[in-house]
Design a binder for this molecule. Structure first.
Ligand code: FMN
Length: 190
């Protein structure tokens, strides 16, 4: 049996963003974990316009090709890790927009949250994200990765090299995501 597909979704899309380095680190940890087929999904590359579908996404009647492409991407996932910065005490509009575009494609899939920021470690972004995920029937796991003062872990090449403690928290999170991926597969198959 093939491994479940884990998509690591990078929320930050701005020029000069640091979040991509964080997402690339999550990708490396997830690949080393071994429980998943890992895909990095960069919302900057997905480049969705501001939500412009005439119908509620629950109907799955997408007018625009960009929504159909996004639907096909998310549909093939079994689980997600959202990598989010904190913008003004919440998660970025790019992520809300990407979530709002779809509905059933998200359902009954677990998610791990990786947040980064200043002293807050992006926790307010992660907290704001959870009810939005719940409305789409995405199940966030409690075990999260929260990185305070995250720039301390960016090396001279811009690579994210966190502490052993942060690294360990990512493995714990992925273990839990894998358990829920397996448990929820019954719901996804029905
Ligand atoms: C619009 C904006 C709002 C921000 N608000 C917060 C904030 O509320 N809390 C925080 O810890 N950092 C905040 N920051 C600083 C970010 O943590 C920092 O810029 C980080 O690099 C953003 O992630 P990114 O580089 O992946 O976009 C903000 C940055 C921007 C650009």
């Amino acid at each position: 049996m093939s491994s479940p597909v884990l998509q690591i979704i990078t929320a930050s899309t701005r020029d000069g963003r640091k979040g991509h380095a964080v997402a690339q680190w999550v990708q490396r940890v997830a690949e080393a974990h071994g429980g998943f087929t890992v895909e990095l999904v960069d919302l900057a590359e997905v480049a969705l316009p501001m939500f412009d579908e005439p119908n509620h996404p629950r109907l799955g009647q997408y007018k625009h090709q960009h929504t159909r492409d996004w639907s096909a991407t998310v549909k093939r996932a079994d689980a997600f890790v959202f990598v989010t910065p904190e913008y003004n005490h919440s998660f970025p509009a790019s992520l809300k927009n990407a979530l709002d575009h779809l509905y059933s494609e998200w359902n009954h899939k677990p998610a791990g949250l990786v947040s980064y920021g200043g002293v807050s470690a992006g926790l307010r972004a992660a907290t704001a994200l959870k009810p939005v995920l719940s409305s789409l029937k995405i199940m966030p796991v409690i075990e999260a990765v929260s990185v305070p003062m995250f720039t301390q872990f960016l090396d001279e090449q811009g690579e994210f090299v966190p502490s052993a403690q942060v690294e360990a928290s990512a493995k714990v999170m992925l273990d839990e995501v894998l358990k829920l991926t397996n448990a929820l597969s019954v719901l996804r198959e029905s």
